[in-house]
Design a protein around this ligand. Structure first.
Ligand SMILES: [Zn+2]
Length: 295
């Protein structure tokens, strides 16, 4: 699906529901700490597929592949680099099996590389660009409908990501930043700067995901939506985790509380809504029901 087709779909539907979290839900379903969703693509594919199906049942119209940490360089950190191609291909297959013959879109998820770019880290721009290009090439050849570059915090890395993806395919592309220091990223990037720096890069939507509190996510959304007329992708996290007696994260925002905020998010300018960390299928069902009230 190219950019034009994606914007036509959004015009037709007015709003789209994306999915909830991958990592925190897989932890609830038994993923051990220190392991990753990418491990489970190979070891427990049925659980990845089930999570996709649960989100679709809850109302998701876009689901993200379990490939957030599946760049080659990031897989190297967990010893999975030999399976780089297989993990990305299989993750797309699992998402496609989950949507069956429905109109749900499969979005290829690409997260940060886990290494900073120079001068803060060791990667130069070209290396970063190549990493994103390689992963996007597999995702697009495997048949994703769109690509979402998520949880970005550094302008340089995001630019490398976008140009890397663009060098191998021209499907609809969304870039989403994590403003987890209030309304700035850990590198001090504001929503306005994000838009200003990326506005010439032909993105289908500008996104916010995985910030801090719902209030901080909302402030970031308002600032971004004020800066742009482009569609805004919004996946706030369900609050911050507290660690329970078993060492597992528990999120403090209930499905009802998330759903109560949907009207405010729409008013603030969000047009594609889902949730990040802590957002379960129950949260998404409540969000989706609230959103449907506006259509
Ligand atoms: Zn998150």
């Amino acid at each position: 699906m190219n950019s034009k087709e994606f914007s036509n779909l959004l015009l037709k539907n007015k709003f789209l529901v994306s999915d909830g979290a991958t990592g925190s839900n897989l932890i609830q379903r038994g993923l051990e700490r220190g392991s990753s969703a990418e491990h489970w693509v190979l070891e427990h594919p049925e659980k990845i597929k089930q999570l996709h199906m649960d989100f679709i049942d809850a109302g998701a119209e876009i689901i993200l592949t379990s490939t957030f940490g599946a760049s080659e360089i990031r897989l190297t950190q967990s010893g999975l680099e030999e399976n780089f191609m297989l993990i990305n291909k299989n993750a797309v297959s699992l998402a496609k099996e989950a949507i069956k013959n429905s109109n749900v879109l499969v979005a290829g998820s690409i997260g940060p590389l886990g290494q900073m770019l120079k001068p803060f880290g060791i990667l130069d721009f070209q290396e970063a660009e190549d990493q994103y290009a390689k992963q996007a090439d597999i995702l697009s050849c495997s048949g994703v409908d769109i690509i979402v570059i998520e949880t970005q915090f550094d302008l340089n890395e995001a630019k490398a990501a976008i140009s890397g993806v663009r060098s191998v395919c021209d499907i609809a592309l969304i870039c989403s930043f994590s403003f987890d220091r209030g309304v700035k990223t850990m590198m001090g990037v504001s929503p306005t700067t994000f838009f200003e720096e990326m506005k010439e890069m032909e993105l289908s939507a500008f996104g916010i995901n995985c910030g801090k509190s719902l209030q901080d996510n909302l402030e970031a959304l308002k600032e971004l939506a004020d800066a742009t007329d482009a569609p805004v992708w919004f996946k706030p996290n369900a609050g911050l985790p507290k660690i329970d007696a078993y060492g597992n994260p528990e999120y403090d925002v209930s499905p009802g509380k998330m759903a109560e905020n949907v009207a405010t998010w729409i008013e603030a300018g969000a047009s594609i809504i889902g949730g990040c960390c802590g957002t379960t299928p129950d949260h998404l069902k409540a969000i989706s029901a609230s959103l449907k009230a506006f259509i």
